[in-house]
Design a protein. Sequence first.
Length: 335
Amino acid sequence: MPKTPRKTLLALTATAVLASGCSAMNSGDDGGDVTLSFANSYTDNHPHTRCGIKAVADAVNGQDIGVKVETFPNSQLGNDDTRFTSVRSGDLDMDVQGSSALAGSYAPIGVLDMAYAFNGPDHLFTFFDGQEGAGLKAEFAKATGTRVLDVWYFGMRHFTANKPIRKPEDLKGLRMRFPDSKIYLENAKAVGATPTAVAFEELYLSLQRKTIDGQENPIPTIAEKSLDEVQTHVSLTGHQTGSQLIVINEESWKKLSPEQQKALQKAVSDTRTANRKCIEADEAKILAEWKSKGEPTIVEDVDRNAFADKARKYFGENLEGEQAALFKTIRSTAP
């Protein structure tokens, strides 16, 4: 059976997480069911939790097939880097991970997070479900010992600042926060931004104190972290089609029967559509609320073509090897 998640044993929060995490080592009280731990870094209210890992757990747990999925949202089992290490070792069974975080283990997969690689979620899903996507998943599994079950949409990433950002030139002189990863820092260069690495937990305070001028995230994340309180403008650049990969330890997968594998795969893949609807519904609601109260200002007349052309030219000139080939392949599948 899958091992007890390492982070569960170390959690300072309490006994409840410890008790549920330890159920992965079956005592026999559940009739010998396989228990899979499924984690993410998002709050209980985020779509990737309520319309994501919990939806998968409900779908699997509602069937009498001898599998139980236990969920651990809100980084209960560690941050992204720590959790993927735990998935690779088998201490954690399943996780929700961005491709930028996974690129440290298999560099080509980071291309999925590159600026303007995709034209939106439909393009993302078309690529992922095609022959090229299947090949990427196979190579990733070979390199990491983990299996990608599916991809979920995270939302389009947009810029916020205390001024409108309509074209690449508007980024000049602005200290823009990007996640501290190689892919995101390359994205900053690609669109003409000056990146500043700030921990996500320090983002609000850094904007409030004006040690940085702006940042980029999907609309639901901007609202969830109340960044609209410390930024006057949200510019809809849509510079990255945000996605998250659902990964499972290969040995955990192999311990499932064919029937159980089919049910788990179906639950994860069926959740993809509902999860996207949750993301888009949240985004529409938030934008409507912001427009209604008149703040922050929503900047819709962004020259996305100027940003996209600049980014694709940058990647065309600077990517090499497998990353260059994959970026070119993704662009060749664009509608």
